[in-house]
Design a protein. Structure first.
Length: 317
């Protein structure tokens, strides 16, 4: 008889329950608070799988993350091979740590930044006490761009569900955990089919279907994924200009992608909420009566003048 397939993988509980499956790196809460960062609307691929544990897809693997006092714990699940789960994570310890450090930008010391922003801005000082450890993620540019196109006139829970449906329909299945399927974010080529827009509409994307499929095609036929990633090396204004030529990408989405995927820490995403804060709390006389491109620039310049070269990080708090 043919051997029976291995049982589906289970979500791993705590590091103490299966110590050989977990690794950790030093990371105090002042440097990172998972609960504040992963639920803040920067990314839409993590869920609190049990109290204090966050499970999601990062790169081509599924991870569960936990914090315990001054350590960040992580475990990586093996990908499916020939439809069966492979227990080996196929990532060595050094590579796992490198991916996490890069994603959370752990080389940037947060407490010193909080002190500098607080010294420059008493209002920041008041707010920051309740929100330690909020840092900006460094995401894959294609995933970040296509995800943020879905954020227009939308809220976090609905965006999260849309991105999940996008990944299920167009992304490669990575593994099952406790009967839940996890998929990689779709490749550009997976989103450039002639029927992509129609399929996205059937998944509830509405008018955003045209923008997601149009931008995927524009990148695939133009810059390519590598060219998009290459915008990390160009000045902020140039990266923003290139992004704003893509379907469905306005100033706010471009700034979100610049900040969260393209290493432009000075990018300040401006929406009506940020505009109102600038006027009401800071007394900034900016931008006329509507949120024009000029207003976006003036408000961004105002906060860059206040908070310095990592103004986008300060705004994330």
């Amino acid at each position: 008889a043919a051997p029976s397939p291995p049982p589906p993988m289970k979500l791993r509980g705590t590091p103490s329950a299966s110590p050989s499956s977990w690794r950790s790196l030093p990371c105090p809460p002042a440097e990172l608070r998972l609960d504040l960062v992963l639920s803040s609307g920067q990314t839409f691929r993590w869920w609190e799988s049990s109290p204090g544990a966050w499970t999601g897809v990062l790169g081509e693997h599924v991870w569960t993350l936990r914090q315990d006092r001054d350590r960040l714990w992580y475990t990586v699940y093996g990908k499916e091979e020939d439809g069966h789960p492979a227990e080996a994570a196929m990532l060595d310890g050094a590579e796992m740590e490198r991916i996490l450090r890069d994603y959370f930008q752990l080389d940037v010391g947060l407490p010193a930044l909080y002190r500098a922003w607080g010294a420059a801005d008493p209002l920041f000082c008041k707010v920051a006490k309740d929100f330690p450890g909020v840092r900006v993620l460094r995401q894959d540019p294609v995933e970040c761009l296509l995800s943020f196109i879905c954020t227009s006139n939308n809220h976090i829970s609905r965006i999260t569900a849309m991105i999940e449906r996008l990944c299920q329909a167009f992304g490669r299945r990575l593994c099952y955990l406790d009967a839940r399927a996890f998929h990689a974010f779709p490749s550009l080529s997976a989103l450039t089919g002639a029927d992509t827009e129609d399929r996205l509409r059937s998944l509830g994307f509405g008018y955003r279907a045209k923008f997601v499929s149009g931008t995927a095609r524009a990148i695939a036929e133009g810059l390519g994924a590598e060219g998009l990633r290459g915008l990390r090396a160009v000045p902020y204004a140039e990266a923003r200009r290139v992004l704003c030529t893509l379907p469905g990408v306005g100033a706010k989405v471009a700034d979100c992608v610049c900040l969260m995927a393209l290493d432009k820490a000075e990018a300040v995403p401006v929406d009506t909420h940020v505009w109102r804060i600038a006027r009401q709390r800071y007394g900034a006389v900016l931008g006329g009566r509507s949120l024009t491109l000029r207003a976006h620039r003036e408000i961004g310049d105002f906060f860059r003048g206040l908070w310095g070269p990592r103004a986008g990080w300060a705004q994330a708090v």
